[in-house]
Design a protein around this ligand. Structure first.
Ligand code: CUK
Ligand code: CUA
Length: 639
């Protein structure tokens, strides 16, 4: 039986049952009672206890929510153009979307992960992956802006990403699709042996957060699906689930699930780091973009890199091992103490848990059952810690609380199952509405989980909210997990497709949230510091307008001398130095985007007038009682 048939068959049974149930409504179907409402009620003007950074999937954005309220505070554009703020449209931010394939203004964002210190989330940065055109981005939690994007070469379907090691030494990216290495024109049927999977270890500068690919481990041509870092006792290791260990070029029919077991790849990155520091590996040609955004100049820059260090795992003995794991595992989750490695086989009846100490012992004893491309395969029984029997169908992801419990999502049976580490006993199960993918517990992917809330991010919404036509936002459900049993307390829509989310106590982030860009620190090359510096400068057919905004006018606000065929750059500085007083800029016929300029910031947009006339522009943000007076005209004369 393959996943597709299994999935659709069971899903249709499931929907027949659940949708029938939902007609009754209330009670059993998760309707809330008053005390649940009080638990998620955050009074007007009060703040939530947690930030949740929820992936926007194919929207390319990262969403900022509050918990327990489920209110959305911000949509941060990362791998997308976003007219609200002009991201990806302004001259300053276009560079952030550069890749070796050119300007790519969308992305498929799956896994936010918060930076860590000593295995605990520290609230400095959020790293996110782009699946389609492989990239990793860093969002700064001082400004909640995307400040860096690095493309990942030799990769395709950058899915097993972007999880960080416990001191944010590395953000790690693994390829879902293997591809010919090096890329070349070969028959697809020649997949086996010729296709390789890159696992990329991207070094993070401890002070600035700047990313730089230290090495790429060139692994056998499997699909590398998800990953997580070791922590505590297993710090220094990284674990990746694989499927299609058959190395089939087509995953139709049974090709990719012939093998009874696929692998979890265990990578001792410390060992490889040492190998590389001693000159190991080989620099190979690779084109990839590295884009950075500077808070002082407010300008993004794009640099094209030319080579990357490749490491062949069989050249570093003792660095990489395979742990056999049943049936196309998806999630790969590590317990808070670093002892257990949970592999969720999508097609497996049970949950398989490996033990890190047993793995180390098996390596020492050389308990190998053969090898794959020079990588030892550890004996299954020697690394097995335990099995959770018949927990549900279609296990995907696991997170942990602070009391020794694990919570696993089951897509097909549409539920979250709570089980105990060590005894492998099932403690509780609760339905989700419907077909849950990931789940999140604040700190649930760290040494210190916060076992108060868990929320499930579901793939299917159906009847949960007022109908809005055929296309629905996805649903999320919040559970109170502080007691023995999980209790569903709230339900809220998300945006785009939420895969994973990372959540953190609000007081680790809120105090450092920047309020303003200081005008005296603005180093934008076209900034003005006061209205006296505004001007219009012509250079051939290019015109630079150095413009300012302050309540409630533009300066200059009447511009003449522009000709058809000119290219006009509006460099607009918001001179305000009060918190939360942005101004906007838009002009008739503008075909890119408006700009929203925060106090102290400079942003640039372009306009190419194609006809004679006198054309208005205005402020798009209601900034004062005289906002409607905030306007101007541009006179365009014949060329
Ligand atoms: S994935 Cu979406 S449910 Cu991309 Cu982490 Cu598993
Ligand atoms: Cu400035 Cu409205």
């Amino acid at each position: 039986m393959n996943l597709k048939n299994l999935g659709i068959g069971l899903l249709s049974i499931f929907f027949a049952v659940s949708c029938g149930k939902s007609e009754k409504k209330s009670g059993s179907n998760g309707a809330l009672n008053k005390s649940h409402a009080e638990q998620v009620y955050v009074a007007p003007g009060e703040h939530d206890d947690y930030y949740a950074f929820i992936s926007g999937g194919y929207s390319g954005n990262l969403l900022v929510y509050g918990l327990p309220s489920g209110r959305m505070f911000k949509e941060i554009p990362v791998f997308s153009q976003f007219p609200t703020s002009g991201y990806g449209y302004s001259e300053e931010t276009k560079a952030m979307l550069n890749t070796s394939h050119g300007f790519i203004p969308w992305g498929d964002l799956h896994h936010p992960d918060i930076s860590q210190t000593d295995g605990v989330t520290d609230g400095r940065w959020v790293f996110v992956n782009e699946n389609n055109t492989p990239r990793i981005a860093r969002v700064d939690l001082e400004t909640f802006e995307t400040v860096e994007v690095i493309e990942v070469p030799n990769s395709a379907g950058n899915h097993s990403s972007s999880f960080v090691t416990e001191n944010t030494e590395y953000v790690v990216a693994g390829t879902r699709f293997s591809v010919p290495f090096p890329q070349q024109d070969i028959s697809i049927k020649d997949y086996k042996g010729k296709f390789k999977g890159a696992l990329s270890f991207i070094k993070v500068d401890q002070e600035t957060g700047a990313m730089d690919i230290n090495f790429q481990l060139m692994m056998p041509g499997f699909n590398y699906d998800l990953s997580h870092p070791g922590r505590g006792q297993s710090h220094g290791w990284f674990f990746f689930t694989t499927y299609n260990t058959e190395e089939a070029s087509t995953l139709l029919e049974v090709n990719a699930s012939q093998n009874d077991k696929d692998f979890i790849a265990a990578v001792n990155w410390k060992k490889i780091e040492e190998y590389v520091a001693n000159g190991g590996g080989e620099m190979m040609p690779a084109e990839y973009a590295h884009n950075t955004y500077d808070h002082h100049t407010h300008v993004g820059k794009s640099e094209m890199k030319k080579e990357v260090r490749i490491v062949n795992p069989s050249d570093v003995p003792g660095a990489v091992f395979f742990l056999p794991t049943p049936k196309s595992p998806h999630g790969c989750d590590i317990s808070p103490d670093g002892q257990y490695i949970v592999g969720n086989g999508k097609l497996s009846a049970n949950l398989t848990v490996h033990s890190f100490p047993k793995m180390i012992k098996a390596i020492e004893n050389e308990s190998f059952d053969g090898e794959a491309y020079g990588i030892p395969i550890l004996n299954f029984d020697e690394t097995l810690a335990g099995v959770v029997e018949n927990p549900g169908l279609g296990p995907l992801h696991t997170e942990f609380d602070d009391k020794g419990n694990a919570y696993t999502t089951f897509f097909i049976t549409s539920e979250v199952v709570k089980w105990e580490l060590g005894s492998w006993e099932i403690k509780d199960r609760k339905p989700t509405y419907y077909s849950v993918g990931h789940l999140t517990i604040p700190g649930g992917n760290s040494r210190k989980p916060d076992g108060k809330y868990m929320f499930a991010m579901n793939k299917i919404t159906k009847d949960r909210y007022l109908p809005v036509g055929p296309e629905l936002e996805h649903s999320a459900q919040l559970y109170d997990i502080s007691g023995d049993k999980m209790e569903l307390i709230s339900d809220f829509p998300t945006h785009g497709e939420p895969h994973y989310a990372a959540a953190i106590k609000a007081d680790k982030v809120a105090p450092n949230s920047r309020k303003i860009y200081r005008l005296d620190e603005n180093e934008h090359p076209y900034a003005v510091k006061n209205e006296g510096e505004t001007k219009v400068v012509r250079d051939g057919k290019t015109v630079h307008v150095y413009m300012s905004t302050i309540r409630s006018h533009f300066n200059p606000d009447n511009i003449e001398g522009i000709k058809v065929g000119d290219k006009v750059y509006f460099h607009i500085t918001n001179l305000e130095q009060d918190f939360d007083v942005p101004h906007g800029f838009a002009m008739i016929g503008q075909n890119n985007s408006e700009l929203l300029i925060m106090p102290g910031q400079t942003k640039t947009t372009t306009w190419e007038p194609d006809r004679v006339g006198v054309w208005p522009f205005y402020c798009t943000d209601f900034c004062s009682a005289l906002h409607q007076e905030m306007q101007g005209y541009i006179r365009v004369s014949p060329a």
